[in-house]
Design a protein around this ligand. Structure first.
Ligand SMILES: C[S@@+](CC[C@H](N)C(=O)[O-])C[C@H]1O[C@@H](n2cnc3c(N)ncnc32)[C@H](O)[C@@H]1O
Length: 220
C-alpha cells in the first residue's frame, strides 16, 4: 500500500514538473501539433454540457484555459468558471488569458484534483485530456461529483485504445502525443466507466477512429 502511494506521488510530481516546464509553450504546441483540430472536439464536448447563461462550471485540469472561451460563450458574464490545475506555470498562462479577455468571472485554483476541496457546488464539470495521466483519477471523479448539483452534467474527453481501423493509426497518434507532452498516459483503462460509479445516465461517443471518447454523465 505504501509502495503504491509512493508510486502515485512520484507520477504526480513528474506530471506537475512536466507541465510547469512546458506551461509557457503549451498553447503554441497545441496549435502546431493539432492544427486547430482539437477545437472541433473542445466545442463538441462543451456543447454536451448543455450549459445555460449564469451557470457555474468546474474545469478539472484546466491548464492554460484553452477551453474557457467556449465555456464563456455559453455561460456569459453572469456565469462562473472555476479552473483547477496542479501546475502553477499552466495557471499563470490561464491568468494572463483571463486578464487579456477581461473575464472577471473566472476563479483559478492550484490544487491536486485527487484531493479537491471547493467551497461551493457547481452546475457542470468538464475535463479534457487530464484523467488518462492522473493515477488517482477514480478519486478525482468521485470527489468532484460530490460538488455537482442535482441534474448537473459531467463531461470527460480523453484518449482511448481504438478497435478496428483506428488500431493502424494509434501508434502514430501516440508518437505525436508523446512529442507533444512527454508524460505517460494510460489509454487502456476505460476512463468513462468510473463516471458510472458516481453518476447516472452515462453516454459515451467515440471520435477520431475511436482514439478519442467524449463521455457524459448526469447527477440524479
Ligand atoms: C494535457 S493538459 C490539458 C489542459 C486542458 N484541459 C486542455 O484541454 O488544454 C493536462 C493538465 O492536467 C493537469 N493535471 C495533471 N494532473 C493533475 C492533478 N492531479 N491535479 C490537477 N491538475 C492536474 C496538468 O497540470 C495539465 O495542465
Amino acid at each position: 500500500m505504501r509502495k503504491k502511494k509512493k508510486m502515485i506521488q512520484k507520477k504526480k510530481d513528474y506530471v506537475q514538473a512536466h507541465y510547469d516546464k512546458i506551461g509557457s509553450n503549451y498553447d503554441s504546441k497545441v496549435n502546431l501539433v493539432f492544427l486547430g483540430l482539437d477545437r472541433i472536439y473542445r466545442k463538441k464536448a462543451i456543447n454536451k454540457l448543455n450549459l445555460k447563461e449564469g451557470d457555474t462550471v468546474l474545469e478539472l485540469g484546466c491548464g492554460t484555459g484553452v477551453n474557457f472561451e467556449y465555456i464563456m460563450k455559453k455561460i456569459g458574464p453572469k456565469g462562473k468558471i472555476i479552473g483547477v490545475d496542479i501546475s502553477l506555470s499552466m495557471l499563470e498562462v490561464a491568468k494572463k488569458r483571463k486578464e487579456k479577455k477581461k473575464w472577471n468571472n473566472i476563479e483559478l485554483i492550484q490544487q491536486d484534483i485527487t484531493k479537491l476541496k471547493l467551497n461551493q457546488k457547481v452546475d457542470a464539470i468538464f475535463t479534457m485530456f487530464v484523467m488518462s495521466l492522473v493515477k488517482g483519477y477514480k478519486d478525482a471523479v468521485r470527489i468532484a461529483s460530490t460538488y455537482l448539483k442535482k441534474g448537473g452534467s459531467f463531461v470527460m474527453l480523453d484518449g482511448k485504445e481504438p478497435k478496428g481501423y483506428g488500431k493502424m493509426f494509434f501508434p502514430i497518434a501516440k508518437y505525436v502525443g508523446r512529442k507533444f507532452s512527454n508524460v505517460d498516459r494510460d489509454f487502456k483503462k476505460e476512463l468513462w466507466i468510473v463516471l458510472m460509479k458516481s453518476l447516472n445516465n452515462v453516454d459515451m461517443t467515440e471520435h477520431a477512429l475511436g482514439m478519442v471518447f467524449i463521455a457524459k454523465a448526469i447527477k440524479s
